[in-house]
Write a protein that binds this ligand. Sequence first.
Ligand code: GLN
Length: 231
Amino acid sequence: ADSGVEGKTFVIGTDTTFAPFEFRENGELTGIDMDLVRAIGEAEGFKVEIRSLGFNAALQALTSNQVDGVIAGMSITDERKQVYDFSEPYFESGIQMAVAKNDDTIKGYEDLKGKTVVAKTGSEGEAYAKSIAGQYGFTVKSLDQSATMYESVKSGSAVAVFDDYPVLAYGVAQNNGLKTVTDKVPGGSYGFAVNKGKNTALLAAFNDGLAKLKADGDYQKILDKYLANPT
Ligand code: GLN
C-alpha cells in the first residue's frame, strides 16, 4: 500500500541547542531527535531536511506551514494539542530548576524572592516558572535559546534557569557550570508534531517508524549513544 510519504522530502523544524536532543558537533546537527527522525525517514522511505530554527520559531513555522513537522524535545501538552497533532510519545520529560554551580544561596523556590530567573520563550519551563512566580515573588525573563539562558545564570544576570530535566542533567554531567537544586516537576513527554489536520501521512509514518525502531532495538541504541556514557 502507498504510505503517502515514500520518496518525499519533509522540512522539519527544530531547536538550535537542546543537547542531547539536538546540538551541533563539528558543525553537524546531531542528537537523539536528529538520529530518530532520520532513522524513521530511512525506515519509511522519506527524506528529511532539518531547519535549526530555535524552539519558539520552529513552533511558529509549524503554525504557518513553513515546516511540515517539528521535533525539538517538544512536550505533548493539552494546550498544544488544540493546534498541533502529536505522534506517540518518545521520551519522558519535565521541568527542573538549576543555578550556578558555585551558588549556595539559592536552594529552593523560596530563595527566589525579588530575583530574576530565565526560561525559554514558549516552553513548558517558562509556563511553569510563570505559574509560581507570583507565589514566590520572582521575575521570569524569557530567552530564545538554552545556551543564552545558561550563560545568564553563570554571569549572574539571572539566579536560576527553568528547563527540561533531561537536558539540565546532560549539561550538568558535562560540567556546564550549573547544578540542579529542586525536585523534578513531571511534565509532558516529547512528541513529534505536525500542524493540526495537516501532514497526516507523515505523522502516521513517524508513528510506524518509531514502533519499528523500538521493536528492532534501534531506538534504544540511539538513546544509549547519547545517554549511556555521559562524559
Ligand atoms: N520540552 C519543552 C517544551 O516543549 C522545551 C522544549 C525546548 O526547549 N526545545 O516546552
